[in-house]
Design a protein around this ligand. Structure first.
Ligand SMILES: Cc1ncc(COP(=O)(O)O)c(C=O)c1O
Length: 327
């Protein structure tokens, strides 16, 4: 089965054509300090703890063919993340959604990567006041840019070269809760550099005991004895991961969230990663060894990838963008 070249479709299909927009929004739109602006005018105060301490939670939702995907699911996850780190979102769920719609509408995007955050914000003046979460001035920021494929058509078609990081482990959940999507990326970024040094393109991190947690910016899956498996803990509860589990049941494929040891992973028949910014990304090698003895993506990975895009473009979990909000 040929993998759908989703990037090419977005660049050429009339239903993906960008709508008329103010040229100032050509590179994207942002919402900062309570106003909309072109993305290149957006900035963050130096003393925002989001910047200084990676003290923030965020979420990313995608738009394709003029519709958000699982918008309510992303907003619900974001609300849980805010509660988990004790920041107050200054906006209601409805107003938050309206801002996200307006960002996409202003830039006229039919395919978009839409990011938003609430940061801890400006710290209170006295150190002793830092013990109280209510003393911080939490801040909301957001932006929308043209859709981002973390793995392009070519990479998804041939499969990604992945390593299991030897140098790093995923930050333990008791230190930073990975289910609250947050700014702490250093473990994952350093593992990505390790991947580069080892001649690969991407890295997956384990916990201290060698069980898979997640890849840098993506959930990890394997096909083991015909079952599609992914870690049940130590990772973000990805919306794309949830979509894959749904797609498996539609295809009659057994799927299970459970602990997966790195050794079991290396011996899997197939592997792939999932993330909003890139969808389902097949893997072709792990630690330099072709996965499943092939030199390319596995059949189940490609079937899931293609069904994901077909269903999305067919209106699955779609919320049409309110383009009338553009001014
Ligand atoms: C650490 C991490 N894990 C998993 C994911 C995948 O989550 P989702 O499918 O909701 O985009 C992401 C997405 O950015 C991520 O940053």
């Amino acid at each position: 089965m040929e993998l759908i070249r989703a990037e090419e479709v977005m660049a050429s299909h009339p239903e993906h054509e960008r709508l008329a927009h103010d040229p100032a929004y050509a590179f994207g739109s942002a919402y900062v300090a309570d106003h909309f602006c072109p993305i290149y005018e957006a900035s963050v105060p130096l003393i925002d703890c989001g910047f200084m301490h990676a003290d923030a939670v965020y979420d990313v939702v995608s738009v394709s063919r003029g519709a958000f995907f699982r918008l309510e699911g992303h907003q619900a996850r974001f609300a849980r993340a805010c509660d988990a780190i004790r920041v107050r979102n200054p906006f209601s769920r409805e107003r938050e959604a309206e801002i996200l719609h307006e960002l996409v509408a202003r830039a006229g995007l039919r395919d978009a990567y839409v990011w938003w955050t609430v940061t801890r914000g400006q710290p209170p003046m006295g150190r002793s006041e830092m013990v109280n979460a209510a003393n911080f001035d939490n801040r909301f920021y957001a932006f929308a840019v043209p859709f981002v494929f973390l793995a392009d058509d070519e990479q998804r078609t041939r499969g990604i070269d992945l390593i299991v990081s030897r140098d790093r482990i995923r930050i333990p959940p008791r230190a930073v809760d990975p289910t609250a999507k947050n700014f702490c990326w250093l473990d994952m970024q350093m593992a990505l550099f390790e991947a580069g040094e080892r001649g690969a393109e991407w890295a997956v991190l384990t916990d201290e005991a060698g069980y898979l947690a997640e890849a840098a910016g993506a959930n990890i899956f394997a096909v083991i004895d015909g079952t599609v498996v992914s870690p049940d803990s130590g990772c973000l509860e990805g919306l794309t991961r949830r979509s894959v589990v749904d797609l498996c049941s539609e295809l009659g494929l057994p799927a299970e969230l459970r602990r997966v040891h790195a050794d079991e992973f290396r011996a899997a028949q197939e592997a792939f990663m999932t993330t909003t910014a890139g969808s389902i990304m097949p893997v072709r090698s792990v630690d330099g060894i072709p996965i499943g003895g092939r030199n390319g993506p596995g059949e189940i990975s490609v079937r899931l990838h293609n069904l994901y895009w077909e269903k999305r473009w067919g209106g699955w979990h779609a919320t049409p963008v309110r383009y009338e909000l553009a001014v």
